[in-house]
Design a protein around this ligand. Structure first.
Ligand SMILES: Nc1ncnc2c1ncn2[C@@H]1O[C@H](COP(=O)(O)OP(=O)(O)OP(=O)(O)O)[C@@H](O)[C@H]1O
Ligand SMILES: [Mg+2]
Length: 363
């Protein structure tokens, strides 16, 4: 169990800023997912933690001990790379035992430890197999077992499942999550796949252009994004420019007759974010004010538009609703009472307690 503190880490490659003032405290036993699009600095941060790359400034501390001058091989960090980097000329057991051998662990202890790891990763009986004869998922398991062999203080994984098909990826995600909880090893898992991060993380750290945008539980980053970037990056979202005065919301882009009283303490220019699944579609005209809006609060539709796209994905139906040339995304369950078709005019309503405001305009 180990706590990692990252303080003010910067890293440039020539003119490219790979990491910009990154600070993060990772609790002992925590499962962190570093999430961000290609080139945002995920691998660079992982490599700096592992000691494979030097930061330009800033500090790392593992359990209060500075890592800055500690060589990579002395940090006792287990790492699984996207490319796995298994040794093709060694069988499964020897791959797993590699680190133990380098450290001079005796043959008997190594044998016992390798058996344990094979069992832990669901590879019992595979020890003598050539790694080249294994499936993609089995190779991943060998890489994980090898990284865990020395009971690392930190377990780092860089997009380990990105090359696997969806079914196998789901399966291995569940296995890794279980294994991590069982071992209690502090873990940083890099991914650009938000559903993978949602499924695995205790806390998701969203990186954008080398900066941390937000660090929070999957629920927090989804329901309470701290920036417009996060609001749009995690899941689908609808952003509206609004102004709030005396607890009433006025949409800037839509010709609503009046503002909508929601009783908030917020004021001024705000970006309203509304998740597609929190929007309810209603028959047109089902509003308590005029057909384009009402001033009475939460009942009835406050916007009206035309359904321009409908798509069924499993149990969900997705809609695009055109309102004055703006497309609003809406999702609902298939067994919804109110069925709509492309071309229909519909009213839109949502539960204001699930809406989220960010200061300033959506830009
Ligand atoms: N050795 C290097 N030399 C020059 N530039 C580099 C080097 N390593 C990384 N970079 C640059 O630093 C930035 C961050 O790279 P990094 O590999 O950390 O991104 P990433 O988030 O892991 O992306 P991906 O999802 O594509 O793996 C990128 O602009 C990249 O081109
Ligand atoms: Mg990378």
């Amino acid at each position: 169990m180990s706590e990692l503190v990252i303080s003010k880490v910067d890293k440039r490659f020539g003119k490219t800023v790979a990491l910009d003032d990154v600070s993060l405290r990772i609790k002992s036993g925590e499962f962190i997912c570093l999430l961000g699009s290609s080139g945002c600095g995920k691998t660079t941060l992982l490599r700096i933690i592992a000691g494979l790359e030097q930061s330009d400034s800033g500090e790392l501390q593992l359990d209060g001990e500075s890592l800055t001058r500690l060589a990579s091989h002395k940090r006792n960090i287990g790492m699984v790379f996207q490319s796995l980097a298994l040794f093709p000329h060694l069988n499964v057991s020897r791959n797993i035992a590699y680190g133990l051998k380098m450290r001079g662990v005796d043959a008997e202890t190594t044998k016992t430890r390798v058996e344990e790891l094979l069992k832990l990763t669901g590879l019992t009986g595979f020890g003598a197999r050539a790694v080249t004869s294994l499936s993609g998922g089995q190779k991943q398991r060998v890489a994980i077992a090898r990284a865990l062999a020395l009971e690392p203080r930190l377990f780092l994984m860089d997009e380990p499942f990105s090359a696997l098909d969806a079914g196998l990826r789901d399966h291995l995600q569940q296995e890794v999550k279980k294994l991590q909880k069982q071992l209690g090893v502090t873990t940083i898992f890099v991914t650009h796949d938000q559903s993978e991060a949602m499924a695995l993380a205790d806390r998701i750290v969203i990186l954008n252009n080398g900066k941390i945008e937000q660090a929070g539980s999957p629920k927090e980053v989804y329901q309470q994004p701290s920036s417009r970037f996060v609001a749009e990056f995690i899941g689908a979202n609808n952003l509206f420019d609004v102004t709030i005065e005396s607890g009433a919301v006025r949409f800037k882009e839509y010709n609503l007759g009046s503002s909508i009283v929601i009783g908030t303490d917020l004021r001024g220019t705000q970006t309203l974010t509304v998740r597609p699944e929190t929007i309810t579609l209603l028959p047109p005209g089902n509003s308590s004010g005029n057909s384009r809006g009402n001033s009475s609060g939460n009942s009835g539709a406050f916007l009206q538009g035309a359904v321009v796209m409908q798509r069924t994905i499993g149990a969900l139906i997705e809609h695009d609703i055109d309102i004055d040339g703006h497309l609003i995304k809406q999702t609902m369950l298939q067994n919804n009472d109110y069925e709509v078709s492309v071309g229909d005019t519909v009213g839109l309503s949502w539960d204001w307690s699930q809406a989220w405001f960010l200061p300033g305009e959506s830009g």
